[in-house]
Design a protein around this ligand. Structure first.
Ligand code: AMP
Ligand code: GLY
Length: 417
């Protein structure tokens, strides 16, 4: 089987590794990929979506796996183009990927389908947003488009709201677009991942990510500084409630509204005092949750994704470990405001009962790994019990260093102690 994975980050490194470990020795390719991914998958000579499709046709690719979201909504859409050319694709078409690309589309879908979510108003000017806030704080402001995880602001007061609205409407930091003004919910967050194949689904191991830069959930929001994954993260009763009130009506809504879906769907939930509510959908696996979840997946992920892309949900091909997995992110100097590249990474030669996925690294001219982006590495380890998984993951993270390294020391501890 010849599989092409689209993306270049830590999530894609974890996906490529899980696919490489599938039985049957699939031949792997990755676009755009990274130096670390190219140790497991071959690079692809393409410079955009159209040439990528041509390349897949010319190289008899059996399955395209969409790791990251951007290509799903670019041009005609990665999955749409794959379908048109007869290439099975694990990832949804452009019209369905609006669930992630447009916060307004997602909110209307949630409301139409009676799925619990925060009340929100769409606004198209600074004045309209201020009116919708109506002096009620805290409030949540969401830019209605892809903004690389930076388009949401939880604002405790008017000053912070005005800073965000000024960035979006006056300075157009994310380009033109509307802003959703949303009620602020409270409660712990959990990420639920379902593999969806038309009208069927399979729920993967739940996870929780740590979005703030600093220990104690302080500092600015980031793409994610770590994650914990386990079946035990949510009780059986709670998972049943999430399934009944959120997953089932989402899948039914997609089918009723003619939105085809074959791929991972990420439900970002908040467990409020009134029950679980959806704060966002993403049309892909989470990053860094994927790095925490993949080591818990056993069996034939490649066969599972291929069958799914062809319309068959083959839950019998994979199973999930019951234990805990902890992922610690090592980020570069300056992250998340900016990031410094070119710092030499030491300690990668260490091996043990842990995995290291590369997110932002490159091999320099001397063949030495150096930093190349904000989030640099994900160090992951697991155990039957959470405290042991935490100790192992942090001890493994201690083995790696580079100038300016930033990491959290409370991943797997905060929220669980
Ligand atoms: P999103 O990109 O929609 O996941 O939002 C990023 C983060 O903002 C979420 O993980 C939450 O921590 C927070 N957030 C989003 N929506 C709400 C809400 N309605 N109430 C409180 N916090 C929210
Ligand atoms: N971990 C959050 C995300 O993947 O969007």
């Amino acid at each position: 089987m010849r599989i092409l994975v689209v993306g270049k980050g830590g999530r894609e490194h974890a996906l490529v590794r899980a696919l490489a470990e599938s039985p049957g020795n699939p031949e792997l390719f990755c676009f755009p990929g990274s130096d670390a991914i190219f140790e497991l998958a071959k690079p692809v000579a393409a410079d955009g979506l159209e040439s990528l499709i041509e390349w897949m046709m010319a190289h008899a690719i059996d399955l395209c796996v969409a790791g990251e979201e951007s290509y799903l909504v670019k041009g005609e859409g990665l999955a749409n183009l794959c379908v048109r050319h007869g290439i099975p694709c694990w990832g949804p078409p452009k019209e369905s990927a609006q669930l992630e690309a447009s916060k307004e589309f997602a909110k209307e879908f949630l409301v139409r389908n009676g799925i619990p979510t925060a009340r929100a108003t769409a606004t198209e000017s600074l004045a309209a947003a201020v009116a919708a806030i109506g002096g009620k704080y805290p409030t949540v402001l969401k830019f209605d488009g892809l903004a690389a995880g930076k388009g949401v602001a939880v604002c405790p007061d008017e000053t912070s709201a005005m800073v965000f609205l000024d960035e979006v409407f006056t300075r157009q930091r994310f380009g033109p677009g509307r802003v959703l003004v949303e009620d602020c919910l409270t409660g712990p967050e959990v990420s639920i991942f379902a593999a969806i194949v038309d009208d069927r689904y399979l729920i993967f191991t739940p996870a929780r990510d740590y979005k703030r830069a600093l220990d104690g959930d302080h500092g600015p929001n980031t793409g994610g500084m770590g994650a914990v994954a386990s079946r035990q993260l949510v009780s059986k009763e709670l998972l049943e409630r999430i399934e009944e009130e959120i997953v089932v009506p989402t899948v039914a809504g997609l089918n009723r509204e003619g939105l085809p879906y074959r791929g991972f769907l990420y439900f970002g939930l908040m467990l409020t005092p009134d029950g679980p509510q959806v704060i966002e959908y993403n049309c892909r696996f989470g990053d860094p949750e994927c790095q925490a979840v993949m080591p818990l997946v056993n069996g034939d992920l490649a066969g599972f994704c291929l069958a799914g892309a062809n319309g068959e949900l083959r839950g019998d091909l994979i199973s999930f470990d019951d234990g805990w997995s902890v992922c610690v992110i090592l980020a570069s100097a300056g992250y998340p405001e900016n990031s410094r590249s070119g710092d030499v990474i030491r300690g990668l030669e260490n091996t043990g009962d842990f995995r290291v996925y590369h997110a932002g690294t490159r091999k320099n001219a001397d063949g030495i790994w150096e930093t190349n982006g904000g989030r640099v590495l994900a160090v992951v380890s697991g155990a039957a019990a959470l405290p042991e998984a935490v100790a192992k993951a942090h001890a493994a993270a201690d083995l790696i260093s580079f100038p300016g390294l930033q990491r959290r020391h409370d991943i797997g501890i905060l929220h669980f102690d």
